[in-house]
Design a protein around this ligand. Structure first.
Ligand code: ACM
Ligand code: ZN
Length: 509
């Protein structure tokens, strides 16, 4: 009953007054009153009285602005932080000071996992861009920064004891040129860009001190940083540094990361104990550095063809009673899941990891909708993962890969992927197709910014906004209130504000 009442209030408000307030993501309940509170301070400095109210859901808040002052109640510090973010969107410059419209807002998130993935493997953006991204994530109430730190084309994290990862693996001898397109070759897993540069790219990487700086910055903004270390595929940067960790070292171009985009047949040799010790060392170190309760081990797009001809991998299969080469990936995932569990962490991986018998404590990230995407490996849909009892984070590529172009006639940047307009992005629903009883396993969703066709922070922001407004609303706001026409008005106003703040934004299309 209470729920029904609150939904009614929102729908009345969204039709009548919401456009005037222009908040993103839309709060659950808004009651607008006459008048303003005025103050000399902006939203970061303005005084507000804070109180604790245990009945308010996690990360939620109640914000009351009257002509005499501002009060905030929440059950946790994150809720108070999000009230402040709402205040920042409400603040209007008034002469020398600021004014805040009188309003009562009751708000809490729909999902606990509200993520953004940044791939720094293909292009390296660096700390300043990451800090800007975290600032904007906080503004729109995102709370997970999924930091994709290793890729075929670049290893971005310094690891004590393995200096070549950052001397060689963080560098490419050449790269696809701006404007080049990637073509598939005749052989399986062969790809080539139509034009390459001759310049060396990198080495670019983060030290432990850099990471600690970013972690502290994210923590102040109530953002959990979830690092991703890819295994067993997407590992050419590590194999270029240490070819002995591949099934056939002599086939690996040594001394650098892969120089073109694509999927590579060479992956870690799961039959080699030295490879496993290396991966354990990396994961142990990542656990020391990152406090995240969840560690992402990738697992997507891992061809099995080398394992099928590798004597060591075949011997591992025999010794462990594994029936098919794909079981080697499940064996590695279980191994890492157990190691992480001993440290009190949960393993997370792309939906491929659910193809094997991994413990139910694993978190799956759904990116494929079906077919033979992802090197033709086992497919477990997000809904199936949830039905099996896995907690899932939803990021289906057709709706959440914002590095894909927007489907416009004229593009500022080289096109990649299928067109994903703002309107289409807004149709994403993490719970879609998931039976009611399995919905408790849907932790939330993510937009993903893959780096092949993003060269710098300008490109990144241009692709991200305004589509990430849609994601913030999908993950935070009440689904019953979704209305693209009304959202578009608020998004257009907020986009203008971002442009005023010097942030590049794609079109409202
Ligand atoms: C992915 O897009 N390969 C996770
Ligand atoms: Zn092998």
């Amino acid at each position: 009953m209470k729920r029904l009442v609150s939904l009614c209030i929102v729908s009345v408000v969204s039709a009548a007054a919401f456009g005037g307030l222009s908040l993103l993501p839309a709060p659950r309940e808004v009651v607008q009153r006459d008048g303003f509170f005025t103050a000399a301070e902006d939203a970061d400095g303005v005084k507000a009285s804070f109180s604790t109210d245990a009945s308010i859901p996690k990360e939620g808040y109640r914000l009351v602005i009257s002509q005499t002052g501002i009060s905030v109640a929440s059950s946790d510090p994150a809720g108070a932080f999000y009230a402040r973010q709402t205040l920042r969107q409400l603040a209007e410059k008034a002469g020398e000071g600021w004014r805040y419209p009188c309003v009562e807002i009751v708000d809490h998130p729909q999902y606990s996992w509200r993520g953004v993935l940044l791939d720094e493997g293909r292009h390296f953006f660096g700390k300043e861009t990451v800090r800007k991204l975290l600032d904007l994530m906080a503004r729109y109430k995102f709370n997970v920064f999924h930091w994709h730190l290793t890729e075929d084309q670049g290893w971005r994290l310094e690891i004590p004891g393995y200096p070549k990862l950052t001397q060689c693996g963080a560098m490419r001898r050449r790269s696809p040129a701006h404007g080049a397109t990637l073509k598939r070759g005749k052989e399986r897993f062969s790809y080539a860009s139509t034009e390459m540069t001759t310049e060396q790219y990198g080495p670019f990487f983060y030290t432990a001190a850099d990471v600690r700086e970013i972690l502290a910055y994210a923590k102040e903004r109530h953002i959990q940083v979830v690092p991703e270390i890819e295994m067993p595929g997407h590992a050419m940067s590590a194999l270029g540094s240490y070819p002995e960790f591949a099934c056939f070292p002599e086939r690996i171009p040594a001394g650098a990361a892969a120089d073109d985009w694509g999927i590579f047949p060479d992956v870690y040799c799961i039959g080699n104990d030295a490879t496993i010790r290396f991966l354990e060392h990396v994961i142990d170190y990542v656990c020391e550095l990152f406090p995240s309760p969840v560690i992402h081990i990738g697992g997507d797009e891992c061809p099995r063809i080398r394992w099928e001809e590798c004597p060591k991998c075949q011997a591992r299969m025999k010794a462990e009673g594994l029936k098919k080469s794909g079981d080697l990936q499940a064996w590695l995932t279980r191994h890492m899941a157990e190691r992480l569990a001993k440290k009190g962490r949960r393993v997370m991986g792309w939906d491929e990891i659910l193809g094997g018998d991994v413990p139910k404590t694993a978190i799956g990230q759904s990116w494929r909708l079906g077919g033979r995407e992802g090197a033709g490996t086992e497919h477990v849909s997000g809904a199936d993962g949830a039905v099996k009892g896995y907690d899932m984070v939803m990021s289906p590529h057709v709706l959440t890969y914002y590095s894909n172009h927007q489907g416009l006639e004229e593009e500022l940047f080289p096109r990649n992927g299928k067109g994903l307009s703002l309107e289409k992005a807004y149709t994403f629903d993490p719970a879609s197709g998931v039976p009611e009883e399995a919905r408790k396993h849907i932790l939330g969703g993510q937009c993903c910014l893959w780096g092949e066709y993003l060269w710098n922070g300008y490109d990144l922001a241009w692709r991200m906004w305004p589509r990430a407004f849609a994601m913030s609303e999908i993950l935070w706001s009440a689904p019953a209130n979704r209305d693209f026409a009304e959202f578009s008005k608020r998004a257009a106003a907020e986009r203008r504000r971002l442009i005023g703040m010097g942030i590049s934004c794609g079109p409202m299309k």
